[in-house]
Structure formats: C-alpha cells, structure tokens
Design a protein around this ligand. Structure first.
Ligand code: NAI
Length: 454
C-alpha cells in the first residue's frame, strides 16, 4: 500500500503530525520503536511533572505553618510518588493512542529504517515489512549526550550513572545524589530528589544554572534551591567518574565528589543514527537534520520535526513544527517562528522565559529597555508566597515600543508565560497591551504592571 505520509517516531512531533495529517485526509502511517508519546510522555516532561507535583505538595506542607496550617511528620513517600507518576503516564499514553487511532492514522510498532527511493515514493523498513510513502516526516527525537568523560561508559554499565530514563525508573532515594549539569533536567531532578530526602550536589560547568536564562533569575533560582538544601558547584567541568566519585576541575584544580548515584544531564543530541538517512541523502549539520522554515529537508517530500533538527529541543516546539510540516504538505500557507517559544523550568518556584533578554537584545543591536519588578506587585503572589522573592523582567524595543521578552521567576510562571509569548510573537505595542483587561487578582497581572512601568 502506498501511504501519503510516513512518520518516523511517535513523540510530540510524530503523534501530533499524524493526527493533523490523518484528519486532513492524508493516508498516514506512524512507526514508533518504543512507546507512543515519546521521551516527553514516557520518560521526560510528564513523569517529571508528576514527581515534581509530589515534591511541591511536600514542600508546601513543610511550610504550612506560615499559612496557619499545622502539618507534622511531613515526608515524601518516593514509592507512592513513583506509582502515581506511572499512573499519570499510563493515562496520557492511552489518551494519545486513542486520539491517534481516532484520527484514522495507522500506527506500527517497530524500528524504522529508510531504505531508499521506490517507484512511487520512499521505502521504509520496520521489522519484516517494507512500507512506501510519497512523503516522510522524520521525528526520531533525541538522546542524552554522552561526552568524553573518563569512566562514563563503565559508570552507566555499573548502574552508578543514569540519564533521565534510568533516574525516572529508580525505585530508591539515593542518600547522596550528584547531578552533572545544572540545566533544565538537572535542576528539575535535583529539586525532586532534595524533597525526597537525598543530599544533592549539582556540578555545573558554567557560572550559572539554568543554561542561557537571565543571569539574575538564574541566581534567584539557585538561591531558592539552595534553601532546600541543594549544593551547587559552579564553574566546574566534570572530567571523570570513578568508583562512585565525580572528578571535576574547578579554577584549574582537580576536585572530587563522592555520591551513591549520579545523574548525567549535560544536554541531548539528535537521534540520527541507524535511520538510513544516507540512503536518500538527507543533509545533516552538527549531527542534526537541516530544515527550513517549513521543516523541509534538502530532499523533496522529506520533512523533519522536533529534537532531530536540533533547533529548539522542546516538546511544544516539536508539535508546532510537525503542524507546520503537515500544513506545507497540504499546500496551506504556514511557517515556523522560533522568536517566541516559551521556556519553563518546573522547579518550585518556576521559571518562565520567552523572547530576548536585555543582554541578548543589546548584543543584536536592538535599542532595548528593561523593566524589572518584584512579584510583590501582584496581590495574589503576596497572598500565596510568604517571604517570596520572585521577580519579573520585561524587555522592550524602544524604537518600536514593543515587548520583545519576558523573564519571570514565580509560581504559575509556566502557565502565564504564554500571554507574554503571544505579545512577543505578534510584536504587540505597549499602548495596545495596556488596553487588555487582566483578571484580578492573578499572578499574571505582573505583566500588565510591568507594561505600565515602561
Ligand atoms: P541543558 O542543555 O539544559 O543543560 C546541560 C548543562 O550541562 C549545561 O548547563 C552545561 O553547561 C552543563 N555541562 C555540560 N558539560 C558539562 C560537564 N562536563 N561538567 C559539568 N557541567 C556540564 O541539558 P539537559 O538539562 O540535559 O536537558 C536536555 C534537553 O531536554 C534540553 O534541550 C531541554 O530543552 C530539554 N528539557 C526541557 C525541559 C523543560 O522544558 N522544562 C525539562 C527537561 C528537559
């Protein structure tokens, strides 16, 4: 049978692409080698959020007295939290299965490999079967990066070192957990295991946590996590892992850290191996598939969406990219914009960020202005955050009088950063934003307040 579209990979790019394409009438086949939902749903975003919610409940209960509530002997039951996490994942995977099936797309379990061009399209093998499709959408995702750290392979083999996959399946709470890399995965897992009772140390190569986020917000996040007991070693590059010891260089000196387990969270790389990309000549650059603004590769009819193109490596980007690709296949006018993709760190407090930082804008030659305000301008924030030190920074283009960035550390930041994202994406002018009515009292009102302080 000749398919209109064959999708490789069933994560947030692949399953959304399959649903959109099948709904639009394309005969669609999706091939997934593990589980529908991909890393995000099975061993990334979703299970982490389930665990972090348990951690937040526990942290809130520990501080309940500040709010006039008494709670004794508060502790996180890791086994129960894991059980609930598994249930959440099962529920959502079943939901994705039902909605892909409901769209009319066909799902096949197996490892897909592109064999080359056939008479009518591209040939792809999965198991014993060979399928043919007029178009391909490659959504094979990413895997944990494995840098040349001495002893890393042995540490994985011995069960001492873990990626997100293993740590999210770990049934015990290690007494001492070393987190290598203070990016998003590192901070979220450090946050959970600190609440669960581990002594956590984060070893980060840069001088700030959270990757390229606003430096002041990174500092505040670190301060809040340190209050939970997490230790940070910054400016430290891990060079070796030996016998339960992490070796790192700090200010030119070699130091060691003893731990019971180590999470290696130092970035991810596109999963382009063994896909048969070379059989049709798909172009790669620094290990990622090269795509244009409609997610086309250099090969006609072949598209790539999600982490595999290395552009933004976020689930929400992946889904939107797949939609753009499918729209292009359908001849609809659409293109991908990367200007206002929200980034969130789901720690407690959360960090929500979108668009330019002041520094980034200036580096691009924009005449930019920043308005910084304490979250205490929000009545609801004050009501719900005893002793909270959150801030919000809005970045404006002075010449165009538009908002070009928002950076927030506060509870609910994950939920309302999209409001700023829409303003950035649509290059909304300050005067127009002032006319929006925000619900009161909400934490989101901080954006309105910031715009009035421009
Ligand atoms: P990341 O790129 O966010 O952070 C990796 C960190 O490791 C960086 O800060 C880097 O400086 C540090 N590092 C690299 N080599 C090191 C070394 N030898 N020693 C010490 N530190 C070193 O990568 P992460 O946290 O692994 O996340 C991977 C991907 O997953 C990201 O692309 C992220 O977008 C995605 N993700 C997103 C989440 C979210 O949106 N909330 C949650 C979890 C993952």
């Amino acid at each position: 049978m000749l398919y209109d579209l064959l999708i490789i990979g069933g994560g947030p790019a692949g399953y959304v692409g399959a649903e959109r394409a099948a709904h639009a009438g394309l005969k669609t086949l999706l091939i997934e080698k593990r589980k529908l939902g991909g890393v995000c749903l099975n061993e990334g975003c979703i299970p982490t959020k389930a665990l972090l919610y348990s951690a937040k409940m526990c942290d809130n209960a520990k501080h309940a007295a500040k709010y006039g509530v008494s709670a004794d002997n508060v502790k996180l039951d890791h086994a129960a939290a894991m059980k609930r996490k598994d249930k959440v994942v099962r529920t959502l995977v079943a939901g994705v299965q039902a909605s892909v099936k409901g769209s009319g797309a066909t799902v096949v379990e197996g490892e897909a490999k592109i064999l080359g061009r056939g008479e009518n399209g591209y040939k792809v093998q999965a198991g014993e079967e060979v399928y043919e499709a007029k178009r391909l959408l490659i959504c094979a995702g990413s895997e944990a990066a494995m840098p040349p750290i001495d002893g890393l392979a042995d540490s994985f083999a011995g069960g001492f070192a873990m990626t997100n996959r293993e740590i999210l399946a770990m049934n015990e709470v290690p007494e001492k957990l070393a987190v290598i890399g203070g990016g998003v995965i590192g901070l979220e897992m450090a946050s959970y295991f600190a609440s669960a009772g581990s002594e956590v140390t984060v070893v980060e190569m840069l001088n700030q946590v959270g990757g390229p986020i606003d430096a002041e917000i990174a500092g505040l996040l670190q301060k809040n996590l340190a209050k939970k007991g997490i230790e940070f070693v910054l400016g430290a590059r891990v060079t070796a892992i030996k016998n339960g010891e992490i070796v790192y260089s700090l200010n030119g000196k070699e130091e060691t850290l003893k731990a019971d387990k180590a999470l290696v969270s130092i970035g991810r790389r596109p999963s382009t191996d063994n896909l048969g990309l070379e059989s049709i000549g798909v172009m790669l650059e620094r290990g990622a598939i090269v795509t244009d603004e409609t997610l086309r590769t250099n090969i006609p009819g072949v598209y790539a969406a999600g982490d595999i193109n290395g552009k933004s490596m976020l689930a929400h980007t992946a889904s939107r990219e797949a939609e753009v690709a499918v729209n292009h296949m359908l001849g609809l006018k659409d293109k991908m914009s990367y200007a206002a993709i929200p980034g969130v760190i789901y720690t407690n407090p959360e960090v929500g960020t979108v668009g330019e930082t002041l520094e980034g804008a200036k580096a691009k030659g924009v005449d930019a202005k920043e308005v910084k305000l304490t979250m205490k301008y929000s009545g609801r924030y004050v009501a719900e955050n005893e002793g909270g030190d959150g801030i919000c920074k809005l970045v404006f283009d002075k010449a165009r009088e538009t908002i070009i960035g928002a950076h927030i550390i506060s509870n609910y930041a994950s939920e309302f950063i999209i409001s700023a994202g829409m303003m950035v994406e649509k290059s909304m002018r300050v005067d127009d934003i002032k006319r929006f009515v925000f619900p009161h009292p909400t934490v989101c009102e901080i954006i309105r307040e910031g715009v009035f302080q421009y």
